[in-house]
Write a protein that binds this ligand. Structure first.
Ligand code: NZQ
Ligand code: ZN
Length: 382
């Protein structure tokens, strides 16, 4: 096991009818900038609950943070926050609203342009306004991590930055009942791949992290068909929501190496083609597993045996079955897992290889996924 520091100060407020607690969690006298997406919270009653709870606070609303939040949109929210002298940001929505709000909270007290902060990549030591969230979509873990993924429409780029974790996040699983079926699939797949990025790496680093990771993977595979049948089952949606948070809040990555090649290649597919984040992962992960199957052999076998129940002596066959079963799981969620099915051609692969070479990218637990290896991964899933 490697040395590590674990610090996650987000207060998690979880369960039925918990949204009104924001009234006492946000100190009286704060000028709150409340940020929203495109309007789903008006249809499911979340907006009413939030504004009712904050009726004694000074609030300013910003609407229109889009999926894959763009710096172009966020600049408008930052301007509003500066103008109204807001000193607290409350994000209400999915990962995009929370991610975008992390940049807003960092940029309101900052004098330069918000994209400068994105290009710093690590702003964890910078000065930011306190941020909290009311989550409506289990997927990204943004409600309890410091990450934010910000897009630039002009340059067609998408980068992850690290700022601060929310001071608190409210998770009422009832808010997920109105999610479109596609977003439910996306949340399940994103959660699954977050675990894989931290688990399918170097063998034998921490039996405890392995078992926790396998616990989340098994749980997601168990509840996925039930949730697809009935999205209004409180206990299953609560399990889904907590799984998504636990998958990316640092609890399963203590002392172990991490990969993230699948995510970074996936971000390029979103930036260049607008493909939904989780969808990109369902395409890329099987490719990563194929191309790095020697390096990841022991872990793929362990995952195959413990999570998928593939228990045979022939290692090559076990690996093949494991990768195919993983892809079948994604297809069972409704994803088209080949690039060609999504009208993505060789020219995109060439562009991603070029970008990775230009940026000197080296991903994966062994830092050996560079431009040419990213090309191999993508060609494998053509
Ligand atoms: O905008 P509204 O109207 O709210 O609708 C949203 C949006 O259209 C809708 N939605 C959310 N909650 C709903 C709902 N519709 C009905 N009922 C509800 N309860 O769902 C749509 C998608 O929302 P979005 O926030 O974009 O989805 P998600 O949470 O999957 O976030 C994706 C973004 O997070 C980034 C991704 O790259 C992408 O930009 N990620 C952030 C990470 C992090 N912060 O650590 C890690 C992830 O790997 C990921 O990269
Ligand atoms: Zn993700």
């Amino acid at each position: 096991m490697n040395n590590f520091t674990f610090y996650n100060p987000t207060k998690l407020i979880f369960g039925k009818d918990t949204i009104p607690t924001i009234a006492k969690e946000i100190p009286a006298g704060k000028k709150v900038l409340i940020t929203f997406g495109g309007g789903s919270v008006k249809q499911n009653g979340v907006y009413t609950q939030v504004t009712e709870a904050l009726k004694n606070h000074e609030i300013h609303e910003f609407w229109g943070i889009e999926p894959n939040p763009s710096v172009e949109t966020l600049r408008q929210a930052i301007a509003l926050g500066k103008e109204k002298k807001c000193d607290f940001v409350l994000a209400v929505g999915g990962g995009s609203v929370i991610d975008g709000s992390k940049l807003i909270a960092a940029a309101i007290p900052y004098d330069g342009d918000a994209w400068e902060l994105v290009m710093k990549r690590d702003y964890s030591q910078g000065h930011t306004l306190p941020l909290a969230s009311v989550l409506t979509l289990p997927a990204t873990g943004s409600e309890m991590n410091a990450g934010a993924v910000i897009s630039n429409k002009t340059t067609k780029e998408k980068f992850a930055i690290y700022t601060k974790t929310p001071v608190f996040s409210v998770l009422d699983p009832q808010t997920t009942y109105t999610l479109p079926e596609f977003q439910v699939s996306c949340g399940l797949a994103d959660t699954f791949v977050h675990v894989m990025e931290q688990y399918l790496t170097t063998n034998g680093q921490s039996p405890l992290m392995d078992r926790w990771a396998e616990g989340i993977l098994t749980t997601i595979m168990e509840i996925a068909p039930k949730i697809k049948q009935d999205q209004n089952d409180f206990d299953n949606m609560a399990t889904f929501m907590l799984s998504a948070t636990m998958a990316l809040n640092g609890f399963i990555s203590m002392g172990v190496t991490q990969d993230w090649a699948t995510h970074m290649i996936g971000h390029e597919l979103t930036a260049l083609h607008g493909l939904t984040h989780a969808h990109t992962l369902t395409i890329v992960l099987p490719g990563t597993m194929w191309v790095l199957k020697d390096q990841k052999q022991e872990k793929i076998l362990q995952y195959g045996q413990r999570v998928l129940g593939i228990d045979i002596d022939d290692k090559d066959l076990a690996i093949k079955m494991t990768i195919e079963k993983t892809e079948s799981f994604f297809r069972s969620l409704g994803f088209k897992t080949k690039l060609s099915e999504n009208n993505i051609t060789q020219s995109t692969i060439a562009e991603i290889e070029k970008r990775f070479i230009q940026r000197g990218v080296r991903l994966g637990e062994n830092r050996n996924v560079d431009g040419p290896v990213a090309r191999e991964i993508l060609e494998k899933v053509m």
